[in-house]
Ligand binder design. Sequence first.
Ligand code: NAP
Length: 461
Amino acid sequence: MNKNSSNIMALAPNTSNKRETVCIFGTGDFGRALGHKMIQSGYSVVYGSRSTQVSNLIPKDAEVLGHAEAAQKAAIIIIAIQRQHYNFLTPLAEVLHGKVLVDISNNLKLNQYPESNAEYLAELLPGSKVVKAFNTVSAWALQSGALDASRQVFVCGDDVEAKQMVMNIVRALGLTPLDKGSLLAAQEIENYPLQLFPMWKFPMFLSLGLTAFFFVYCVVLDIVYTYIYEKNDFSFFIAITIPNRVCPVMALILLALVYLPGIFAAIIQLYRGTKYRRFPNWLDKWMLCRKQLGLIALAFASLHAVFTLVTPLRAFASWRTSKGIISQALNNKTEPLNTTNAWLSDSYLALGILGYFLFFLLGITSLPSVSNNVNWREFRFVQSKLGYLTLILCTAHTLVYGGKWFLNPSAYKWYLPDIYMLSLIVPCAVLVVKFVLIFPCVDKPLTRIRQGWERNPKHSE
Ligand code: NAP
């Protein structure tokens, strides 16, 4: 064979790439989108429909037949029909016997039925092999190719061979199958698309609650108090001044709350002398949403940076500066440079900039695309060591900002501390306990416990 003829062979359509025939019951949105994708991937598609009339919307290379006739043409049948219509399948039990039925259905509410749709299908057709798959992929994503965010396809089923056949289709479509085990997992898989940011709920509610509290706290102390005692209307503080006081406070508290559950876990393990007993539920849940807490904290820190950068543009800032200059001119005397204050203000800014830089680095490494490219030790180094360094820098930034202000009685309007003082409670507590935990006399037993040592092993002979 000469070189030219081998090139011609390579360009000719590769008929051996043609895959098996797959049957799809239902020519609705999902059935059509999946059919399109399957034909693109080399499958022959035959639709089982109530109407055998071919419409423009149906992929042009697909066949449309009655349900029984279509089912006979394939070993795998994808049921792209809502659960409430499944009983039309019962008369087809004979023709569906031994076939792989792929349940892709979702419900409208969490735990809408006592059993999952896939288990219900398996009960209706005990002679068929039911596999749950594709329910977390949307028809729109399949059709538009926008599958980057949802490449994972959860697959579960009792028949291992049937599950493998479905996983092969998933791979052929350019998606990633994730085996979730037996059909018992179907309920959980069906609940996935109905959940609304499950890991974000607690961090969101906590942030909203704390933000509302601190906002009102600042309104009372900075606006209401000033109005009552100084007769000044500072209500415009609501737009920038107060948000710029609340954002750093929230960022610092939430960052400390990322590290606080680790401290509780260490204390519990030291107290129990084992790592083999489960943490209380609340602590488990808290640990699981640390990444979300950290990302919300980063969002608050970023807002604080932006609010601070626009401060010189504000009418209030230029009024205050010109007032200072004019009063110096009127008194014919300039204030000498206070180097202590200059040091404090520069250190405060430098600590804030460094803290924010590390905070940003922490946020980036928590992105799956980055964290997938670092090993466990590197990830721990960034999240734990650099994380604590970030907390130290941000706490120091706030401490230097306050300076000796907390000793000044005028800092306590209505005997209430300023919010920056409140924001220091949790981070300082976390840092002090962490400092105690790294003492060798505490760290050594803790490390041994984490390596599997037990103070009172239950199973010792
Ligand atoms: P759809 O557009 O309403 O289509 C459902 C199809 O079911 C109809 O086109 C019809 O096909 C068939 N059908 C309707 N009533 C029937 C009956 N009484 N007996 C027999 N067949 C009947 O729904 P869809 O959006 O394609 O969703 C289909 C399934 O996929 C649902 O279970 C849904 O939960 C699941 N799903 C959908 C998406 C999505 O993005 N749409 C994503 C994941 C999962 P014929 O006219 O050809 O018979």
